[in-house]
Design a protein around this ligand. Sequence first.
Ligand code: 5GP
Ligand code: MG
Length: 487
Amino acid sequence: MARADGRLTHELNPQDKGPQDACGVFGVWAPGEDVAKLAYFGLYALQHRGQESAGIAASNGRQILVFRDMGLVSQVFDEASLETLQGHIAVGHCRYSTTGGSTWENAQPTLGPTYDGTVALGHNGNLTNTADLRDMVAERQAAGTGPAGPISTNDTSLVTALLAGDADTTLTQSALDLFPKLRGAYSLVFMDENTLYAARDPQGVRPLVLGRLERGWVVASESAALDIVGASMVREVEPGEMIAIDEDGLRTYQFAPKKRAGCVFEYVYLARPDTTINGEVVHSARVEMGRHLAREHPVDADLVIPTPESGTPAAVGYAEESGIPFGQGLVKNAYVGRTFIQPSQTIRQLGIRLKLNPLKEMIAGKRLVVVDDSIVRGNTQRAVVRMLREAGAAEIHVRISSPPIKWPCFYGIDFASRAELIANGLENDDICASLGADTLGYISIDGMIESTRQERRQLCTACFTGEYPIDLPAEDRLGKNLLELPF
Ligand code: 5GP
Ligand code: MG
């Protein structure tokens, strides 16, 4: 395990934008079904994992067509565009950018050549050896065996280009040769004209599950997406495993030994509450985190309120454990997601009011416990505390169901640069003062881990502990926009 020291200054995301979620991937093999529609609904269920772009590729056995664009799944597709995607296999993706900018060219699935056809691929996660992979592609280009033109700037298109393999290597073989050379987090769905594939890095950082339809198979980032398309959960794609599905059935390959280190932040925030990861229902883990938090940081108060929606399960757990009534003190506008329309200056000054508005009748004169899942930069809680004070709260006790985030994620979450993380360099009392709260309590690392009912050594806790389960390359070989620099 690599232990980052205080000198670590990797900056993954120098841009000033909010924290974002990991991508969503979906794949379906189902002759006789409308696979594009199934992929559409699957991506709809995974929309929370990426809201910048969406795409679906479909194969009819002879050729692959892809349709992708910037925006939400419902903005990208309509009946007419789905109608063009005919076939018996589809892979889909909804994206937020970790490596590579948020541009149309970087939307997925990406397409590339194979020795006798085409591969379409979607990736959730983030690779840490993109510089090495870029060199491998350059070598292949120089040898005349790689793609001729420039390829786009994300790690996914490098993988797609490298999957091309050599003349007369099958896609299965080139994938099994390539994956052990990838470093970092990858949950992949890909296909050629006849076969659907799914693969997961040896740590299984990001989730990936296999489901069964009456007449086919489905793979998806989260089990909740299986429910939504009417598939039953079969099992997880195992860490270090690749699965191939075609008319001969399902084949499985263990391309590297398992070293499970699943992302703990999936339980804290990223995944849907109705998803199960490695046997644990995410909602249950979050309620349990709230219970732990109540035991670790009790306080005399009149009402427990969540910061909706992500703080709700932990607030329920806090209320249950403490015996303090649970109530709704903040109303969330369900339609505020990522938008391409920047708010005007006047609206910006109202800050997160567009998203959250206090219920004065519930709040005035009360001693409040305010529960949220995490603090990244501190913007949300600072605004919430101010809003609740204006609404007449008597006391405000902020409780957070994850420990202080101090380290960047290199495996697929785009938190912020280290300098922007409020818990990097500030102690609890300073953070509390900066938020304007009366008290502040974070759950302990042990409390969080226990709540997930996972073994500590099988979780990645790098953003809280600085212990990175997959070695990081030298600093100059790492960075979100690395591939956009001249080389
Ligand atoms: P802050 O406002 O402190 O910068 O961010 C914390 C808030 O962002 C919390 O309300 C939390 O629910 C939310 N959050 C935490 N992680 C993520 C993430 O990866 N993506 C998005 N969109 N929100 C996040
Ligand atoms: Mg939140």
